[in-house]
Design a protein around this ligand. Structure first.
Ligand code: SF4
Length: 288
């Protein structure tokens, strides 16, 4: 089997920082216990289980917003970890009102988007934010103001009717660099004065480019959690390039999904996928 391991692999800086912060909190006497995690710190089950084993209480339920999840945490003493995806200002406020401390693991790339959007709102801009509905990062930005309109696809642009001459356009950090170009072009055609500020992060950009520029193979294997936005986008980019593609969470998942008669593969992984899972899969394929 010919195996092309695409680079980069392993955790991005935002994920490394979030995991470090969460793990260090457990043995830090200055951090009030119990420690709650509001939603998944990052979208990866393996890491979440590791943190649970350390005693961190994960507050996460499908289809519940961060605000809903916060209601599940009792008032009183303790600390709430904010995930790498960031949250809206009302969440910080409510955590404090509940008498809890905050440990903020928001990725700096996400914090920058929050900062830029707030600056532009203060300057009386209308904001168009491109993102995936119900994704925590997107929720964290758009819940901050009714001056922000969510764009989930280029079709949404047809229904836009912004009267303000001042329009600032930005986006979720983990979208597809190949998809967003069309959306930005369409916005520019409709609103030529709009300021476009693409905020797809470096980790996302590098991985997608590596997939798009990779050699043609029988199968592209994307390793990561299916809830992870940057992982899902890697699979989309591979399919856009015309590659047969599977998204797998781990080795067992791969064994169930890999078709017969595959002679060459390329391997990429999301920014929240532990490297040991990638290595396990490569070891297995090398022995086929
Ligand atoms: S994928 Fe990008 S935005 Fe998300 S945590 Fe990593 S560096 Fe930050």
């Amino acid at each position: 089997m010919i195996i092309h391991k695409l680079n980069p692999q392993g955790f991005c800086k935002g994920v490394i920082n979030a995991i470090k912060l969460a793990k260090a909190s457990v043995n830090d006497n200055n951090i009030k216990k119990p420690i709650y995690m509001l939603g998944a710190l990052i979208h990866n089950e393996h890491i979440i289980n590791e943190l649970k084993d350390l005693g961190i209480i994960i507050i996460d339920e499908k289809n519940k917003s961060r605000l809903d999840l916060l209601d599940l945490i009792p008032n009183g003493s303790g600390t709430v970890i904010i995930s790498a995806h960031g949250v809206a200002d009302n969440i910080y406020l409510k955590i404090k009102e509940k008498g809890l401390d905050i440990l903020d693991a928001t990725c700096p790339y996400v914090s920058l988007v929050h900062k830029k959007v707030k600056e532009k709102i203060d300057l009386e801009y209308d904001i168009l934010y491109i993102g995936a509905k119900s994704h925590p990062e997107c929720e964290g930005v758009i819940d901050n103001s009714d001056k922000i309109t969510l764009i989930t696809s280029d079709l949404d642009i047809d229904n836009l009717d912004v009267k303000n001459d001042k329009i600032y356009v930005t986006n979720q950090t983990t979208l597809s660099i190949y998809e967003i170009e069309n959306i930005y072009n369409k916005i520019k055609r409709k609103y030529p004065n709009a300021i476009i500020d693409d905020k797809i992060c470096m980790a996302t950009t590098e991985r997608q480019k590596a997939v798009y520029e990779s050699p043609n193979v029988d199968l592209c294997i994307v390793i990561g959690d299916s809830r992870s936005s940057n992982t899902k986008k890697l699979a989309e980019v591979a399919r856009k390039k015309g590659l047969d593609t599977i998204l797998v969470d781990n080795l067992d998942d791969l064994k169930n999904k890999i078709p017969n008669n595959i002679n060459s593969v390329s391997i990429t992984s999301g920014a929240s996928t532990p490297e040991f899972i990638v290595d396990e899969i490569i070891d297995y394929l090398e022995n086929q």
